[in-house]
Design a protein around this ligand. Structure first.
Ligand code: NI
Length: 227
């Protein structure tokens, strides 16, 4: 499942974030890549412990906690502190799968990467290319969204970023460990939650069928959850 989470940040937050990011120090993107992806990856990024990354990262995490669509789709257990990259002058990232486990620098925390996120800080018309292309069993999906929007996709997916041939593509990218490790189970819960929310629009909250369905949602979650 590839999911767009619209307007995680509003335009004011995007502008504020960009001002901080543009004033920060950028380094070669190979610093967070594994061996295979070092060969595939051409971009620049912020060091993960840079004050700018921490400040804008905290703004993103605060905003995500207020997003019911994200919470329902991701069922997050641990979220990696957001990282930031910039593609320009032909930068690209060839096809790869993200590393399965990430260490949070300077802590004993390890995160199993179940879901990958990209949050856009540049508007699509500011650059050419720079599409994130994600493969799943139904084919290829392209993400190039408005500034402030985020894409969420399973970290098991092969994906790539096409060359940026004009302008600058500034994004945040990060991962999370979900309370439900398997994508198929998480997708079922998400579909069910959406259906329950839709039913709630035109049914009484005390409708016995709705109460039962909500119970089934929680009992499925209870079977699959890892905390
Ligand atoms: Ni990747």
């Amino acid at each position: 499942m590839l999911l767009k989470i619209p307007q995680v940040l509003n335009k004011e937050q995007v502008a504020q974030g960009r001002a901080i990011l543009e004033a920060a120090e950028w380094v070669d993107g190979s610093v967070t890549a594994g061996y295979q992806s070092t060969l595939a990856k051409k971009n620049i990024q912020l060091l993960e412990d840079s004050p700018a990354a921490i400040q804008v990262g905290d703004m993103i995490l605060g905003a995500l906690a207020q997003q019911p669509l994200f919470m329902s789709a991701a069922l997050p257990s641990k979220i990696f502190p957001p990282l930031f990259n910039c593609y320009q002058n032909g930068h690209a990232f060839a096809e790869h799968v993200d590393n399965a486990v990430r260490h949070v620098k300077g802590t004993p925390v390890k995160i199993r990467t179940d879901l990958s996120m990209t949050l856009f800080f540049s508007e699509p018309e500011e650059y050419d290319g720079g599409e994130l292309i994600v493969q799943d069993t139904y084919g290829e999906h392209t993400a190039k969204f408005a500034a402030g929007d985020m894409v969420l996709y399973p970290s098991t997916s092969l994906h790539r970023v096409t060359p940026v041939t004009r302008g600058q593509r500034l994004c945040s990218f990060f991962w999370l460990q979900s309370m439900v490790a398997r994508d198929e189970q998480r997708s079922l819960l998400f579909d069910m939650d959406n259906a329950i929310q839709a039913l709630r629009q035109n049914h009484d909250d005390e409708d016995p069928a709705l109460i039962k369905l909500t119970g089934v949602y929680h009992n499925l979650l209870r079977q699959w959850v890892q905390t």
